[in-house]
Ligand binder design. Sequence first.
Ligand SMILES: *Cc1c(COP(=O)(O)O)cnc(C)c1O
Length: 396
Amino acid sequence: MSFQNPVFIPGPTNIPEVVRKACDMPTVDHRSPIFGRILHPVRANVRKVLKSESALIFIFPSTGTGGWETAITNTLSPGDNVLIARNGMFSHKWIEMCQRFGLEVQVVETPWGEGIPAATFQEILSEDSGKAIKAVLATHNETATGVVSDIGAVRRAMDAADHPALLLVDGVSSIGSMDFRFDDWGVDVAVTGSQKGFMLPAGLAIVGFSEKARACVDTAKLPRTFFDIRDMEKGYANNAYPYTPAVGLMNGLLTSSDMLLDEGIDNVIARHARIATGVRAAVRAWGMKLCAVSPEVESNTVSAIMTPEGFDSGRIVNHAASVYDVAFGVGLGEVSGKLFRIGHLGSLTDVMALSGIATAEMVMADLGLDITLGSGVAAAQRSFLRGVPAQTEKAA
Ligand SMILES: *Cc1c(COP(=O)(O)O)cnc(C)c1O
């Protein structure tokens, strides 16, 4: 088994060498000012990545799933109504969590491959004259289907219905990779984890709260202890946690968030868009289709590629792993066996993406699918070509 190859799963993502080194550090006293010199800049950086001036940032030793739990338990009470679309495995799991916490979940069943139906949300919210719905939950990027939803449109739907519900957004596979606008979209809680756009190992839940969401915490009655943001706030005031923080991961997050901000968050977004465009060009050249039903919902962090009827897509993932030491993503839930996923988020370049596309071709050719070797690579290359900048030509 080789660890030389990049992974092409949509999280955990590839870890840059400098980030790995930053995670590997001697023990520091996590109640000392030294830890504060990691904690406070990390929170400021995350706020910038979210494109927010004022979001309150909390970082738990956990994963994205713990971020979901933080979002709902600090803002809602048993029996509260929430509105959410089910359009893939991740929205499905968030729905299940809400049900297990005793929330009344109004689910808008949505075909897997489509985005959140903002117009339907607007109708439902308009009809809710008693304002029973306390929160709208939205999965920005359905990692299972490679579908991005328009969170701005969800916010406009809420505003058009003049509805005061909170907007809780799962940005686990979008934040730090795709356009995410906490302030502009009026997001109340944003959730992510460390192992996707932030290019770290799994182990942190990263959440941002608006003032409005923060104001709910004293009346929200869902049970919580570990994820109570009030305990976290008290800790932060003393450079500390209510328990032991994952100091190495926090230090890694300082480095990785610095990297994102040094590159420029809009440049990071543009890089993901460019790489995704190349991957999609390859998929078209193979004569295959994405699970995403239309170009507006195509994700720039993961492509879910439908395999021919009767062919078990899991074979692609198994063969790639066992023969070429390359990881692709399997189909989850409803689309299990029907698609495979190429993750293209985090620490990735055009050149790395080409190696993944080339490997997918070899795997599909080995398995007897009708693929012309090089067809997808060439299509991606054409989309990646940048020409010769005029300036450089003069200098040479
Ligand atoms: C990965 C992912 C999650 C779950 O995060 P964990 O860190 O595995 O708990 C939730 N939502 C989306 C959209 C994801 O991609």
